[in-house]
Design a protein around this ligand. Structure first.
Ligand code: UT7
Length: 329
């Protein structure tokens, strides 16, 4: 039995932070941000709300689309780097708010690859026959961990959530067909939040040294991201006897337009095969792929039997690709 995506939803906060706004906060320019990253604006969640607020809204869109009640959900997986709290898991807040009274669930931290890791994990429970309805959510409130005095990072990130429902596929052709996932901890020094974990708990000193904020060596991550994503997309196509031309839509993690463009060119995809929305939202970490998928679905860019490839790269390093045949009309 294969696992298939049978509903997809998303949530974006109302508040918009434009490149012009950032020009007033740090030494940057709209032109630099647009040409180096492809980003024009990003969304920022209210300070008094957590990641679960967005996860719940995205999940509610999925339930409405499918016309099912939350009580039918068997499992909730929340991929996030920015949990509401360290304990309990954000999935618990989502369960409570949705009143999903017949499920279990957990958080999964796969950084920017979190949604792909969660999708592959959720699929196991459908494929085994153990569960029939798994909610997979990617949600991040990056504004909570970004230093708005650091121009290297604050221009990149935004807040959002996306969610999908996994169910048994209608037939054996449809649904998740393959995935290639990787983890390489030798990349851990290039993208991290050094303090606030068990290794270096928060102290006045760590806060004074801004160690609770996200640090990134952008240049190094960029190179690994292009190479890693190109390799896993090329490999998954080859392993499944597909060529670039067979793919209806490539839905990549949206970290930098130049990364996506380089990967697409290297694996032989035309621009019209690539889903892009980085311009509007920036990098929303675990939310980029389900958010892009939800918008692609709304724009009717995917139809039953279409081959869809996703790919991501993030802190860890984590990276991977996932191939599916789209089930919905
Ligand atoms: O999603 C998780 C994975 N993350 C990624 O995939 C991100 C990967 N990295 C990137 O997307 C890019 O490396 C960045 C967008 C972060 C940076 O772009 P870059 O082309 O690698 O720029 P750079 O870091 O090499 O900086 C080039 C110049 C530097 O000035 P000098 O040393 O040449 O004088 C920076 O100080 O641009 C400067 N710079 C800026 N200038 C204006 C860095 N940030 C800014 C800024 N505005 N916001």
């Amino acid at each position: 039995m294969r696992a298939s995506i049978t509903a997809v939803g998303h949530y974006i906060p109302e508040k918009i932070l434009t490149n012009k706004d950032l020009e007033r906060i740090v030494d940057t320019s709209d032109e630099w941000i647009r040409t180096r990253t492809g980003i024009r604006e990003r969304r920022i969640l209210d300070a008094d709300k957590g990641t679960s607020y967005m996860a719940v809204a995205a999940a509610k869109m999925v339930l409405r689309q499918k016309n099912i009640s939350a009580a039918e959900i068997d499992l909730i997986i929340v991929a996030t780097t920015t949990p509401d709290m360290t304990v309990p898991p954000t999935a618990a807040f989502v369960q409570k708010e949705l009143k999903a009274v017949n499920c279990w669930g957990f958080d999964l931290n796969g950084a920017c690859s979190g949604f792909l890791f969660a999708l592959a994990t959720g699929a196991q429970f459908i494929e085994s026959g153990r569960h029939r309805k798994v909610l997979v959510i990617g949600a991040d409130k990056m504004s909570a961990i970004v230093d708005y005095q650091d121009r290297n990072t604050c221009i990149l990130f935004g807040d959002a959530a996306g969610a999908v429902l996994l169910e048994p596929a209608r037939n054996e052709d449809l649904g998740i067909r393959d995935y290639i996932l990787h983890l390489d901890g030798s990349g851990s020094e290039y993208l991290r939040i050094a303090a606030g974990g068990s290794l270096l708990p928060t102290t006045l000193e760590t806060v004074a040294n801004k160690m609770h904020y996200l640090y990134q060596d952008g240049k190094t991550v960029f190179k690994f991201a292009v190479n890693g994503m190109t390799e896993v997309v090329a490999e998954i196509l080859e392993n499944n006897g597909l060529k670039g031309g067979d793919i209806k839509l490539f839905i990549p993690h949206q970290a930098n337009f130049r990364i996506i463009d380089a990967v697409a060119k290297k694996v032989g995809l035309r621009p019209d095969q690539v889903m892009l929305n980085i311009e509007k939202y920036g990098n929303t970490t675990a939310a980029t792929i389900p958010l892009a998928m939800s918008e692609a679905y709304q724009q009717r860019l995917m139809h039953t039997n279409d081959w869809i490839v996703m790919a991501a790269f993030g802190a860890g390093f984590t990276w991977g690709s996932l191939l599916l045949r789209w089930e919905m009309d």
